[in-house]
Design a protein around this ligand. Structure first.
Ligand code: PLP
Ligand code: COI
Length: 353
């Protein structure tokens, strides 16, 4: 398939001051359409509104998926893409799960690369910033019967971002959610599908109303084993061993999670992917064997957890401070991403030297 490129004649002003997360979008976007059984009309075009019928099935039945990746630019002008291939693999898995068409990964990868190079002046270079890449696919068939759509749009928008949480790297406060669940085995929790996020908002809002940043999810059956957090996977250091919930279908297989496990192992840490019982974590917090808790995610990077609330009680973690392992991971991950450290694992694609 050919990739058409239509450039804008009206470049937007760049944001000034703090970037926050997901508020600014660059001058161009990638888009292609699926109809008559194939992807077609692939183009990079000026960032613009989509035209959808009010009957488009994504608006009614949430047949939609997305991804999140990042590109980094250093002051010397080099541009690095982090593990985008893994995101596109996960997106094709999500597509399969929602009966949506898969796509040619190499074609989309190259299109994203071109989009980034066209909008390269949108990539911020300050410490802690990146160009966030948001691929998405939605069902567009104008039909209200519940069935897989026959037509789709896939698009990629990009924009400069800073820290995901409003207070930057300061440790976050999590409330363990004991009533609502995010996902059950057999559901869609292990895929990046849009409905997961709509279903998670109530617990997030409840947590925020009580002064926490986010909800920490427990398993749907026993309400006892930790799953993940709104936009990140989660790790616990107890007695010097690093624990993270095993992937059993209801947790998003995070690419940062996978990267963190590889970095930890390369530093000789013991990492266990298993059931993490929240009651054991609370016990460890009480008897002094809980070292650290941190979250991992593309947007969240490595986010230390300073406190968690469970059954009406608050447990302070590591004196409310970022721990040594979180710091090491943050430094090593961001170092690999921005070229400060060698890319020993082969995660980085330098798309501009
Ligand atoms: N869990 C959820 C629910 C997420 O939305 C994300 C973010 O993408 C993650 C975990 C972390 O995944 P990744 O490291 O691939 O960004
Ligand atoms: C990401 O980290 O890329 C995500 O997709 C999280 C998002 C829900 C903000």
């Amino acid at each position: 398939m050919e990739l058409k490129i239509i450039k804008t004649e009206n470049k937007k002003a760049k944001p000034q001051g703090a970037l926050g997360f997901g508020k600014y979008f660059s001058d161009h976007m990638f888009i292609m359409e699926y109809a008559d059984g194939k992807w077609q009309n692939a183009r990079i075009q000026p960032y613009q509104e989509l035209h959808l019928q009010p009957s488009a099935s994504v608006l009614h039945y949430a047949q939609g998926i997305f991804e999140g990746a990042k590109a980094f630019k250093t002051k010397d002008g080099k541009i690095r893409l982090f593990r985008l291939n893994d995101n596109l693999d996960r997106m094709n898995d999500s597509a399969e799960r929602l009966c949506m068409p898969t796509f040619d990964k190499k074609f989309v990868y190259d299109a994203i690369k071109q989009l980034i190079l066209i909008d390269e002046d949108w990539i911020p270079t300050d410490e802690g910033t990146a160009l966030y890449i948001r691929p998405a696919m939605i069902a567009t068939e104008p039909a209200l019967g519940v069935h897989a759509s026959k037509s789709y749009l896939m698009f990629v928008i990009v924009g400069p971002v800073g820290a995901y949480y409003a207070h930057g790297l300061a440790p976050v406060k999590l409330l363990v959610e004991e009533h609502y669940v995010r996902a059950a085995k057999g559901g869609t929790g292990g895929n990046k599908v849009i409905g997961n996020y709509a279903a998670s908002m109530k617990a997030g809002e409840n947590a925020q109303a009580k002064g926490y940043d986010q909800a920490m999810w427990l398993d749907a059956k026993y309400h006892r084993y930790v799953e993940e957090v709104g936009a990140m996977n989660i790790f616990f250091v107890m007695n010097g061993i690093v624990y993270t919930p095993a992937l059993r279908g209801s947790i998003l297989p995070g690419i940062t999670r996978r990267s963190a496990i590889a970095i930890l192992k390369s530093h000789g840490y013991k990492v266990r992917e298993c059931n993490v019982d929240i009651r054991k974590v609370a016990e460890a917090a009480e008897n002094g064997t809980l070292g650290e808790i941190f979250g991992t995610g593309t947007a969240a990077v490595i986010s230390p957890v300073g406190l968690f609330g469970y059954k009406g009680k608050d447990y302070v973690v590591n004196g409310g401070n970022m721990g040594e392992i979180s710091k090491m991971l943050y430094n090593e991950l961001t170092g690999i991403q921005n070229g400060r450290l060698p890319d020993k694992h082969g995660w980085v694609d330098i798309i501009k030297e």
